[in-house]
Design a protein around this ligand. Sequence first.
Ligand code: B1M
Length: 211
Amino acid sequence: MDYNKITDAIFNGDIANIPQLVKEAISEGIPPEDILEKGLIEGMSLVGVKFKANEIFVPEVLIAAKAMHAGMDILEPMLVESGVQPKATVAVGTVKGDLHDIGKNLVVMMLKGAGFKVIDLGIDVAPDVFLKRAGKEKISLICMSSLITTSMPSMKATIDLFKEKGLNEKIKIIIGGAPVTQEYADLIGADGYADDASSAVDKVKELLNLK
Ligand code: B1M
């Protein structure tokens, strides 16, 4: 399989052809994780590089993101298949002021695939929304995602709110996203940091003492 075909299709926002290309890769026996990492995510990284260099602009990025979602829709059932009793309930959301959802969706997918019940809170999630949902459902851990530096303070605000309500012992909070680091996690008092979606699963298991 030539991963470049998928990478190019993401970069060019070729929404019509992405599902077929992903299905072809699956039929060639390529593991879905490889299709995701070496095809879809690679394409999106290229989009990021060109966006930063002002060589492409928001409309192109949006179309590429739609193509990415079209590819992820095909892979999701394969990454998620588990059918076992949920290990624990985890909530995932992109924090207030931030509309990026691709990385957050990957975290959701990987956690589901690892057998967790996942409550996807979506994007632009305010601290009190995390709090309300944590009160309603039996959430053991929250994963917060931030892709822009301006939304990072909302991670701290959420952690502060959980501490203020005395929930920080009961509900762990971990953070991730491109501008976020372990140092930032330490600084704002998060229980953990994960560099990518599969490390997020490892961190969740570690913090909840699950295998
Ligand atoms: Co935006 N954007 N964007 N954007 N965008 C970035 C993030 C940016 C780095 C581009 C750049 O300048 N190089 C830049 C941020 C700069 C900064 O803050 N320092 C930026 C900007 C500036 C903006 C706008 C302000 C642009 C504007 O309007 N002028 C605007 C902000 C809107 C808002 O949120 N309020 C904006 C808008 C958009 C679109 C809507 C056009 C679109 C989002 C579409 C969507 O998500 N549905 C978009 C996109 C697509 C990007 C880039 C190109 C790609 C992001 C992405 O999906 N990457 C991005 C550049 C880049 O990152 N290279 C960029 C692929 C994804 C798989 O990676 O999300 O990092 P990522 O997730 C990774 C890890 O970070 C980790 O796991 C994933 C991998 O497994 N992870 C977690 C993520 N969340 C986690 C949570 C965890 C654990 C791990 O929990 C524990």
